[in-house]
Design a protein around this ligand. Sequence first.
Ligand code: SF4
Length: 301
Amino acid sequence: MLHSFTQSDFDEKIEAAYALMKQCRLCPRACGAERLENDTSGFCRSGRNPLIASVTPHYGEEPPLSGVSGSGTIFFGNCSLRCVYCQNYPISQQGNGVERTPGELACQMLWLQEQGCHNLNLVTPTHFMPPVLAALRIARERGFDLPIVYNSSGYESLEALRILDGIVDIYLPDMRYSDDEPAMHYSEAPRYREINRAAVREMFRQVGNLVLDGRGIAQRGLIVRHLVLPGNRSGTEGTMRFLAGEISRDVWISLMGQYFPAYRSGEFGSLARKVTAEEYDDAVGIMEACDLENGWIQEFE
Ligand code: SF4
């Protein structure tokens, strides 16, 4: 949707985004870190410029995103959550990555387009949203026009999301928990339920249900990811009821069963094992009982 903006509209968005980065309130934690001064004291330990962990066509995303030519993923280092089971913890928690300027990031976006990727997939971009927008503006001037996927933890501030209205084409948020207690215990995320649900409502307001082109490639819309945790710590029923009742029965859901005990999960008894086939089947049954039929479930061994 980048083409629907003039560059001066875009400049206003970028200015509003950088204003959130000063005494940072880019995410709901509102740490107040002086990010424009490269102050890394905030919860996400990030400074002004984005930390880039990888830039690559990715073939393992949901089928309408990966298609045949891959989803053009850019993985950002650091995160505004601290999930004890994060499978990408060297990137999200240990800050692996290389600092890039918006101009350098724009070149990486253009490179993904040159590879034939179907979209630009920004993985956990929230804490770097202002320089990402600045990079998009530069890339657009040079011919970048892929659909933009905002692949997010789902722990988002409404103020930041509203800046993205008209820029992001496809929102891909997690809904990790339907209760605050496990969200706090496993991800240090206060008020997760309320914040996450408000964010998903706003994302849906902006982009609606998934729209595919004639090749089955996503052009616009919302896809919700729900990772089933052992012992139903993810609260699948609460999340599915919310989606069916307050978002749409046609919403697309990626029900993920690939949990395995990574990072610090061994310290948290209930998370120190894989999800069983029965637990995953239960989650599928809940989705079906809520009449949620769009999306992807996994073969489970
Ligand atoms: S983006 Fe980082 S510094 Fe900013 S409020 Fe969130 S955790 Fe704090």
